[in-house]
Design a protein around this ligand. Structure first.
Ligand code: GLP
Length: 244
């Protein structure tokens, strides 16, 4: 779906998420949401916080699983995705902190593999992800599934692409300070979500969106595996849609 402004896309996505939260609450069920970082989903979080404040949207039945975290990364560091998710959403709504799951970038390396398996199990135990929010990088990564990530990949430690580290340089006061690794949900983990919303804005995303949507699905553009999902929507502004 192509919108004239990014804010319209964010509002549509937030409305869908809010409707799902309310419907699930009415059924006495939890609503499991997959959270993304980056600038693209910020408009959704702003809108959800507004709905919490002005419309009484409750997050008491909401469970969240974040896609990724840098490794190594302490939760209280400026660039941590723990901090990002708290600043943009969690700290402003009535969610139970026990229901918030974010990959732990502060673990000893030797424990990461087992931790990733536990993260997968936690998602299963929560009943699976009802709705997954995604951004996309210029490399075509979703979460931090960089080019080369297979359709069958699971939550794991990954080496970040050079382009991703250059893109993140301003957050870290120089590309050399960007961590070399991240923990990310896998492509297969993401594809198990029942509903997926991918948001991309600006002309910088036009080329990768064209490859994601129109080229055959392949590991060199991990986001292209979304073509295999039966219930995914790509929300773009006009600039991001110019390559289609
Ligand atoms: C980071 C995140 C991705 C995000 C990407 C694009 O690499 N790990 O999940 O999609 O940035 O960010 P933006 O939305 O700011 O373009």
């Amino acid at each position: 779906r192509i919108f004239s402004r990014a804010s319209q896309a964010s509002a549509v996505a937030a409305r869908e998420i809010a409707d799902l939260i309310r419907w699930k609450a009415g059924e006495g069920k939890r609503c499991v949401i997959g959270l993304a970082t980056g600038s693209s989903p910020v408009g959704i979080y702003d809108e959800l916080v507004r709905m919490h404040r002005e419309e009484g949207l409750s997050f008491q039945n909401v469970v969240t699983f974040s896609l990724d975290e840098y490794f190594p990364m302490q939760p209280d560091e400026l660039q941590s995705y723990v901090r990002f998710v708290h600043e943009h959403l969690i700290d402003h709504v009535d969610i139970d902190p026990a229901n918030v799951h974010i990959p732990d970038g502060s673990l000893p390396k030797a424990e990461v593999q087992r931790y990733c398996q536990q993260y997968e199990q936690q998602i299963i135990d929560a009943g699976g992800i009802d709705i997954q929010i995604l951004g996309i990088s210029k490399t075509g990564h979703i979460g931090c599934n960089e080019p080369g990530s297979e359709r069958t990949s699971r939550t794991r430690m990954i080496t970040l692409d050079r382009v991703t580290r250059i893109d993140a340089a301003s957050d870290f006061f120089g590309a050399e300070n960007v961590p070399r690794h991240a923990i990310t949900m896998g492509v297969a983990t993401i594809l198990e979500a029942r509903r997926i919303l991918l948001l991309a804005f600006g002309e910088g995303k036009a080329t990768i969106i064209a490859s994601t949507v129109e080229k055959p699905a392949m590991p060199s553009v991990p986001a292209s595996f979304l073509q295999h999902h039966p219930n995914v929507e790509v929300l773009l502004d006009e600039a991001a849609a110019t390559g289609l």
